[in-house]
Ligand binder design. Structure first.
Ligand code: DX5
Ligand code: ZN
Length: 219
């Protein structure tokens, strides 16, 4: 059974509280917090996501799945550790050296938080292999990071399948999360490819019954 991590990026301004409560009632497994700094990607959602994440933390026990699309990973990790997320995922492409990747992996874990690494569509999946034994999740972007409501890039399915096979061959134990353009049409292929956590934003937020859409994405 896959898990659903609902991206709150597209939640309508002013209806956050009501939407978060409805998502909890609709049984999302995680809240996916899309943190953008206006440098790694064009949009800047940093403050808004920090406020939303701390608000969710106060009203819900559901785990926070923080997706950092930022250049300054250390500052963002420090800022978002404050909302005690279940996991913090940073982008491989925002790290200048391999040592830096290991430094952030250890720093996040030393702060009692699970850690994930995300790769953009153009990044070769092999580049993440050496880090897989030390992280809890790899996040495969199925759209170019930066905004919601895009169309899933179908050649990312092959990438999900490749990392799934590698994880199995290496007897590793970590989650594969797919993120971007996931809806009732694309979810079956994403699951078949091997992702066990699906991020969906638009597909869920625009539905009028969150429970139905979340159930359907899961099954
Ligand atoms: C894009 C974000 C995704 C996005 C998902 O940069 O990382 O989480 O918000 O939204 P949808 O499901 O609308 O593609
Ligand atoms: Zn995301």
């Amino acid at each position: 059974m896959v898990e659903i991590s609902t991206s709150i990026l597209s939640v309508k301004e002013g209806s956050e509280a009501e939407t978060f409560l409805k998502l909890e009632a609709g049984k999302t497994d995680y809240f996916h917090i899309d943190v953008m700094d206006g440098k790694f990607v064009e949009k800047n959602t940093y403050q808004k996501m920090l406020e939303n994440a701390s608000y969710i933390k106060r009203i819900s026990n559901l785990p926070l799945d923080v997706h950092l699309m930022v250049e300054d990973i250390k500052t963002a990790v420090d800022d978002f550790l404050a909302v005690e997320p279940n996991i913090i995922t940073f982008h491989l492409e925002a790290c200048k050296t391999k040592d830096e990747v290991y430094k952030f992996i250890n720093y996040i874990k030393e702060n009692n938080c699970k850690v994930g690494i995300s790769v953009k569509p153009d990044t070769k999946i092999e580049e993440i292999y050496e880090f897989l034994p030390y992280i809890h999740m790899c996040l495969i972007m199925t759209v170019e990071p930066g905004k919601g409501g895009q169309t899933l890039l179908t050649d990312m399915l092959e990438k999900i399948n490749t990392v799934k096979k590698y994880i199995q061959e290496q007897n590793l134990d970590l989650d594969i999360e797919a993120d971007g353009g996931i809806n009732l049409k694309t979810a079956p292929d994403v699951k078949k490819a091997g992702a066990n956590i699906l991020v969906a934003g638009t597909a869920i937020i625009m539905a009028n019954d969150f429970k139905i859409i979340i159930d359907e994405l899961k099954n």
